[in-house]
Ligand binder design. Structure first.
Ligand code: URA
Length: 202
């Protein structure tokens, strides 16, 4: 166990070093100009669930931590209400650097960073992968062999799919992005219902 812990830590650290040094990234200049950090992810290296967000916002890029702004507050609340401890899960994003003005990630940005997410998944080997928001949901569904099941997030959210990861079968659950609940209380109650589904999976 200690050996596996060290192995995972080192493999994740290696990814962090590579992202930090990724001068060819379309977001590298924006990061360095603003003294931002890349956001790799945080949580248990033995988490049964990985949450995959889209990209860091300003607060996240300042602190180098995922989901610490307004969307993070909602995520924390949902986790708490579902009885899931934040430190027991792993939280990351597809895109590791902040896109300007919190715009949606571009296909070129997803292409530049998604390989790092793929490696994180292979290292952590979670039982459940949650795609937060339409970009992440689509990416993880496609990556895990569920491309023919991709629909709009309003149809997929809260459904439980069985995908195939490099290490074996994996449960995939698309959810609304917590940021949508900041201004829409109806989405928040849908998210809560979906989080209660998650709780039954672990
Ligand atoms: N939104 C995301 O998708 N990821 C974060 O880390 C923060 C906000």
């Amino acid at each position: 166990m200690e050996e596996e812990k060290q192995k995972r830590y080192e493999a994740l650290k290696q990814i962090w070093d590579e992202v930090f040094a990724l001068t060819t990234s379309p977001l590298y200049e924006y990061r360095t100009k603003n003294n931002y950090f890349p956001v790799m992810g945080e949580g248990s290296h033995f988490a049964p669930i990985i949450f995959v967000g889209e990209a860091p916002g300003r607060n996240e890029a300042i602190q180098g931590r995922p989901f610490v702004g307004a969307a993070g507050k909602i995520l924390n609340e949902l986790l708490e209400k579902a009885g899931i401890k934040r430190e027991d899960v792993y939280i990351t994003n597809i895109v590791k650097d902040r896109p300007p003005e919190n715009r949606d990630p571009l296909p070129s940005e997803i292409a530049a960073y998604s390989g790092f997410l793929d490696r994180q998944i292979m290292i952590l080997q979670p039982k459940v992968i949650v795609g937060l928001g339409r970009y992440s949901a689509k990416y993880v569904m496609e990556k895990l062999g569920l491309m023919d099941k991709v629909e709009s997030i309003s149809l997929m959210h809260g459904r439980v799919y069985e995908g195939e990861a490099g290490y074996g079968k994996v449960i995939v659950v698309p959810l609304y992005h917590p940021a949508v609940a900041v201004y829409d209380p109806r989405k928040k109650s849908e998210l809560l219902k979906d989080f209660l589904v998650l709780k039954t999976l672990v």
